[in-house]
Ligand binder design. Sequence first.
Ligand SMILES: [Zn+2]
Length: 542
Amino acid sequence: MIWSLIKVLLFVGVAAGLAYGASLIVETPGEVRLAFAGQEMSLSPLGFIVVLLVLFLAVWVLLRLVGLLVAVMRFMTGDATAITRYLDRNRERKGFDALSEALIALAAGEGRKAQAKIGQAEKLLSRPDVTRLIAAQTAEQLGNTDRALEYYKQMLSDDSTRFVGVQGLLRQKLAEGDTATAMKLAQKAFALKPKHEGTLDTLFALQAKAEDWSGARKTLAAKVRAAALPRDVGKRREAVLSLADAGAAFSEGKKDKARDAAYAANKLAPHFVPAAALAARLHAENGEARQAARIIKKAWAESPHPDLASAFAAIAPEESPEARLKRFQPLLKMKPSHPETRLVTAELSLTAEDFPGARRALGDLAETHPTTRSLALMAAIERGEGAADSVVRGWLAKALEAPRGEAWVCEACNTAHGQWAPLCESCNSFDTLSWTTPAQTEDAASGSAMLPLIVGALQAPDREPEPEEPETAAEPEPEAPEPEEAAAPRPETQGEGRRSRDVTPPPADYVDVGAEDGDVDVGKKKGGDQVAAEDSSSARAL
Ligand SMILES: [Zn+2]
């Protein structure tokens, strides 16, 4: 209010001042005389001021003309936009206005408006580095991927926008599922900006998915160098990659490479069970029993695991059950109350036909941790100690309904795996498998569904064997390997998995035993020795 009052007063003051000045000049007597090139000119004071103003105007026009002349000369010498630049100074202003409106519309999710405005900005501005990016993002928002792709491709030609262009194309290709092209683009982006975290993550994920383990290791190293990953996580991932590399080399028959990679993996993460088991097997295969035992003990001290037990057994494949039980003692004493220790002790005692020992080792595990494995062991112990068939059958029925126990479960999608693998079979995530109890839904259900068949088979009299039905119904697993085969080192990761599955006695085994089927198990060969069937399952496990 006061300010507008001041403005009005100021205007009145200036106008009054000018009027007064003009009247003063008009009233002042005298003249201005100009002498130039022999000519003389006399002017009234007011006339002189007018001439001065005209002179100023003429100089201004002259300067503009000189500017235009310069632009024309530049145009003649090859600068194509010089004249337009000269003529369209305010075009640029309008262009930036359109650009800012486009940005705001894009952020507000108004794709159509953003598209219109960016179209204007593109026409008015000669700044493709800026307008292309916004135009591409607008096209993406509108779902016009072809157009977005076109813009991203154009961006590749400009140094300042190349990386963004590659990123845009990479995003598009990933969305399309074209992983081969995406990998090439990610590598290009990595070459342009080796420390860009998002690029490193994308490239790593793509390499892992493509099982390009050595490429993934390089990317991982770059990520650790860029300090984008904690050192211990980097180490663990490196171990996983080494192990994956070992598995791949082994399947290609490159034994030395496999060995080096497996040892490296074990060195990086001594408590990482699959690496320890594989490294130990390879050492044992090489006749280095001491190293193999040392590796397993180190891993077992942290996390007892059936794969470690079978690798430990593989150190001396030919030994007698009694000798094996004895050799295992130092290992079993490390974590005596751990469920895995108790299960392994029970299995080894069973193999050595020490049934009271097996019962002692198992303790109350069948009640506190009822799993297929612990309950099946109970059944074997009962049978070994000469319990009635109905008791044995009771345990077996429970075993069928019980959860399967721990498995390699993906932390991302909860899929349980029979064997450890660097990638989840279901969601392809890298290093997400951990040894834990899977969420029980289907397993127990399928067990119950099979139960009538199996119990029926169990109760079927000897004269009327029904091998076909229970066989097919209860055959979720591949044929179990013979003890000799189990004892032989099987270092590839696939072998690892089979071990872990073998350790959990499959229901099919027990069906065979109960059904008194002719072609059953090793047990039958021992003629009447009912325990032997369970022996074989334990022997297979170890
Ligand atoms: Zn998964």
